[in-house]
Design a binder for this molecule. Structure first.
Ligand code: HEC
Ligand code: HEC
Length: 290
């Protein structure tokens, strides 16, 4: 160990007093500019603490005299966005269904918003592309159970079908087998008759005249004499080769024997009136609207 105030003879600088194998450590002072900058940053930080949010408190933090908050910035931006959107939504709320469809700007807005709402609420049943599935109708085609005009679609969405809503679409496919109205062989015969309506092959033993008779006596009341369906009753067209449940003989027998009563929920009360309007326009614009 050497003396603390030992001065290095080559550089003329004091050493720290540490020495290893004859090599001494210089105690070079920090450059003045660096030291000044260092103290300036400390002074600067005091100003910063006062002006900006800085110190954590038990709940929250010191707000600073500028009361700056990035959260408040976001809130203001969101409020502005909501205002612009709100104005547009108000325009939609005030417009009639037909007017929305005629106005390209409103139609575009309705389609964009409709797509999002559809994904959140309707896609689980109707499919993300609205193409439907067994028991869930395709909303892209021009085949409608309950009618494809704007007003009819809006009505279906508002009140649903067999939904329990007071204004629901009612009417269902009866259970001809379960309720003992038709015997099993009559059901097979009329199932084959239904297949023949769409030009599908029938059993070799199938009696066309008997099938037509059973249909006229039991089915025409809802599906119509020509089997083209009845939208008042939600009875599908049986001649268009579009099937809600299926056209193979086994599925037809099941439909006729046990009946069907697909449930479309009522959206009134769950979606606001403007959104229901938007959904009607959206579904109508999917391609099959009348
Ligand atoms: C829980 C399943 C379910 C959900 C969710 C649902 N639907 Fe339906 N939807 C149905 C069923 C089932 C039918 C067919 C009812 C029938 O058999 O008469 C239907 C029928 C419809 C029809 C009538 C189609 C026609 O041919 O007349 C429209 C329009 C419709 N849905 C739109 C919507 C929209 C828009 C939404 C979302 C806001 C939605 N649905 C959500 C099950 C659903
Ligand atoms: C009281 C009215 C009513 C009567 C009578 C009736 N149907 Fe229906 N039928 C319906 C309704 C409503 C549906 C649609 C059910 C649904 O959407 O869930 C339907 C659906 C069907 C379907 C399903 C079509 C598909 O696309 O999958 C077939 C097939 C059918 N009916 C055949 C018959 C036959 C055959 C008879 C006579 C033996 C008959 N219906 C009598 C009302 C009726």
């Amino acid at each position: 160990m050497t003396d603390h105030t030992d001065i290095d003879t080559v550089s003329g600088t004091a050493t720290t007093g540490h020495e290893w194998d004859g090599i001494k450590e210089l105690n070079t002072p920090l450059p003045r500019w660096w030291v000044i900058a260092f103290y300036l940053t400390i002074i600067w930080s005091f100003g910063y603490w006062v002006v900006y949010p800085a110190w954590p408190l038990l709940s929250g933090n010191t707000p600073g005299i500028l009361r700056y908050s990035s959260r408040a910035d976001v809130a203001v931006e969101l409020a502005n966005l909501e205002k612009v959107r709100g104005e547009k939504m108000q325009a939609l709320a005030a417009a009639s269904l037909a007017d929305i469809e005629k106005d390209p700007a409103m139609l575009a807005l309705a389609r964009a918003r409709g797509k999002t709402v559809f994904g959140d609420n309707c896609a689980p049943c109707h499919g993300s592309g609205a193409a439907g599935a067994k028991g869930y109708p395709n909303l892209n085609d021009d085949d409608w159970l309950w009618g494809g005009s704007l007003d009819q679609i809006a009505q279906t969405i508002r009140f649903g079908a067999r939904s329990g809503n007071a204004k629901q679409h009612e009417g269902q496919m009866l259970a001809f087998g379960k309720d003992g109205v038709l015997k099993p062989d009559q059901i097979v015969t009329v199932a084959n008759y239904v297949r023949s309506l769409s030009g599908l092959p029938t059993r070799p033993t199938y009696d066309a005249a008997a099938g037509a008779k059973i249909f006229a006596e039991n089915c025409a009341v809802c599906h119509g004499d020509n089997a083209r369906g009845n939208q008042e009753l939600g009875a599908p067209n049986l001649t268009d080769q579009i099937w809600l449940y299926g056209s193979d003989e086994a599925t037809l027998i099941e439909t006729i024997a046990n009946g069907r009563a697909g449930v479309m929920p009522a959206w009134e009360g769950r979606l606001d009136p403007t959104t229901i309007k938007v959904m009607a326009v959206y579904v109508h614009s999917l391609g099959g609207g009348k």
